[in-house]
Write a protein that binds this ligand. Structure first.
Ligand code: PXP
Length: 248
């Protein structure tokens, strides 16, 4: 089965919020992305509401016809919103106010005792928990002991190394991702990947037999300004299909 494409629509809201008001509408982007072939929609309600707002989340849940993946920090406020919204999935991410984007994976080794009851509450509510982690064996082990069915491996450091032309670093990060994908699957985890992916890196990740889903936002929303969102979704699906065709 082709890996699934999750489309993150946060940055439609970033542009909207630059001017206030309600345009462009991230819910319209989500509907358009689904019509063009997105398999799910991801939205991150950050503590500072810098892009997605509470009303976007409830409108997304009420409108979209594909699964909603709610990205959230491990806070009581976000847990309450998740339990009320009941998205298909919740992806737990670390969050620092001053960061520009989610800069690293969640520390599920150090934060185990805090995250465990969170996972349990979400699971009880029928919400599928995904943990956004670094491609690291210890983190994978911790994900298993937390009872999470899914991990999303952070591809940001790898993608950045490629963009910066740091070939050796890129290779090192790539091998870590490959090893983590194998190890995670052996431990029964469903493997997702995300952060910083573009057509080239999405194709490479789709060639890994363990990768079940890619979550992509910033690159696609940027390209959509030039090519239009439906065309960008089609191109990304084609990149995923090319990668998939290379699986052994
Ligand atoms: N996955 C997770 C868990 C993220 O936090 C983000 C960024 O919000 C993404 C995927 C998408 O990353 P990008 O916008 O760089 O494609």
């Amino acid at each position: 089965m082709l890996p699934r494409l999750g489309v993150n629509i946060d940055h439609v809201a970033t542009i909207r919020n630059a001017r206030g008001g309600h345009l462009p509408d991230p819910v319209r982007a989500a509907v358009m992305a689904i019509e063009a072939g997105a398999d799910s929609i991801t939205a991150h309600l950050r503590e500072d509401r810098r892009h997605i707002r509470d009303l976007d989340i409830s409108r997304l849940k009420a409108t979209i016809t594909k699964p909603l993946n709610f990205e959230m920090a491990v806070t009581d406020e976000m847990l309450a919103i998740a339990l009320e919204t009941k998205p298909h999935a919740a992806c737990l991410v670390p969050e620092k106010r001053e960061e520009r984007t989610t800069e690293g994976g969640l520390d599920i080794v150090g934060g185990h005792h805090v995250i465990k009851p969170f996972c349990a509450r979400l699971k009880e509510a029928g919400i599928r928990v995904s943990l956004f982690i670094e491609p690291d064996p210890q983190a994978l082990q911790a994900a298993v002991s937390l009872g999470a069915p899914v991990v999303e491996l952070h591809t940001g450091a790898w993608c950045e190394a490629i963009v910066d032309g740091r070939g050796e670093d890129a290779n090192r990060h790539y091998h870590r991702l490959c090893e983590a994908a194998v190890l995670g699957q052996q431990q029964g985890l469903e493997i997702h990947v995300g952060h910083g992916l573009d057509y080239q890196t999405a194709e490479l990740m789709s060639a890994l037999p363990q990768v079940f889903e890619l979550n992509i936002g910033h690159f696609m929303m940027g390209e959509a300004m030039f090519d239009g969102l439906p065309a960008v979704i089609s191109k990304m699906k084609a990149a995923i299909a090319r990668g998939y065709a290379k699986r052994i």
